[in-house]
Design a protein around this ligand. Structure first.
Ligand code: SF4
Length: 321
């Protein structure tokens, strides 16, 4: 139950300045990367939304809804996909200053070719004493596969940038709390403790982000980890050698939530489609959980066009799902 705003006690507290709700700024950025001439690659409409950004947005908004920093702290979640939106460090710094520097910037889903750009975004933020953490396949892959920390990760640590290896489900609350307490650790390594995905917050991006993509698709990962052993693969070293999938209930929730969003938004309901951008990890998980038979009747009854695309098996199934 929230505070009784009309109570005399609350009124006195407010006069004494005790009632001020603090606002923790949680900014999640998926960096783009540089072209050969050093320009940041951006599009007016990017091809498909970042799944990692959708996952992290879901975990962040879930943490905010659960008030993991206490009932007197609001968490403001901001999501930026640099492939279709400019990152403005000065504006971020100004917002943090307005809130007493209280917050965290997460550079999420950072792949190796994006890591230099991630560091360039992080440097002015760190210079303004803003807490910054970087996660994604570059950090995770280096921790999983290299005997020593490479120089770029070492340089990030020396700049006061924290590193996150592994997956954030069930761990992100701790990172947020550490940042709020000014005790962000240099390294969070959860590679040896991979979470189950069943029942976790579903990957989700608001329609305002999806309309910045070509085709207004959304995307989600149905599973992580893979039982195959391709010699060139980083995934199995980072996500493990067995499949962990979302359940059919989870997949149905993703479909329904995106349908609800498309139906209530300004876009036509058929313009935002649940699409999986998947490799074998999600293909395996989708077939294991039997979500196809669950989704088909929903799709047919509501005329939702659902496309499931798999790049590995070179199959492409398009349904009314
Ligand atoms: S099938 Fe894909 S995810 Fe699995 S080991 Fe091979 S490359 Fe990696």
């Amino acid at each position: 139950m929230g505070p009784n705003l009309r109570s005399p006690i609350f009124g006195v507290a407010r006069m004494l300045g005790c009632s001020k709700v603090r606002r923790f700024q949680l900014v999640l950025i998926k960096p783009s990367h540089y072209d050969d001439d050093g320009y940041v690659i951006q599009w007016l409409r990017s091809f498909i939304p970042s799944n990692t950004l959708a996952v992290m947005n879901a975990l962040a908004t879930d943490a905010a809804a659960r008030q993991v920093l206490g009932t007197d702290v609001n968490i403001d979640v901001t999501v930026i996909d640099e492939t279709n939106t400019r990152v403005k460090p000065k504006a971020i710094i100004a917002r943090f200053r307005k809130n007493g520097g209280f917050g965290l910037v997460g550079l999420v889903g950072v792949q190796s070719n994006q890591f230099p750009r991630a560091l360039d975004i992080a440097r002015p933020l760190r210079a303004a004493n803003i807490a910054v953490i970087v996660g994604g396949f570059h950090v995770s892959g280096c921790f999983a596969m290299l005997p020593d920390l490479p120089s770029d990760l070492q340089g990030a640590l020396e700049s006061g940038i924290s590193l996150f290896a592994g997956e954030a489900e069930d761990r992100f609350d701790n990172v947020i709390r550490d940042a709020a307490n000014g005790q962000l650790k240099p390294i969070y390594n959860y590679l040896n403790n991979l979470p189950q995905l069943t029942g976790m917050p579903i990957p989700y991006l608001a329609s305002g982000h999806l309309t910045r993509t070509f085709g207004r698709h959304t995307s989600f990962d149905a599973g992580r980890g893979c039982p195959y052993q391709c010699s060139f693969c980083t995934i199995i070293n980072v996500q493990g050698r067995k499949s962990r999938g979302r359940s059919a209930d989870d997949i149905e929730r993703i479909l329904r939530e995106n349908w609800r969003q498309a139906s209530t938004g300004s876009s036509s309901p058929t313009t935002i489609l649940p699409v999986t951008r998947i490799g074998s990890q999600s293909s395996i998980a989708l077939s294991n959980c039997g979500s196809g038979s669950r989704l088909a009747p929903i799709s047919r009854s509501r005329s939702i066009r659902c496309v499931i695309a798999s790049r590995i098996s070179s199959t492409r199934r398009s349904s009314p799902a």
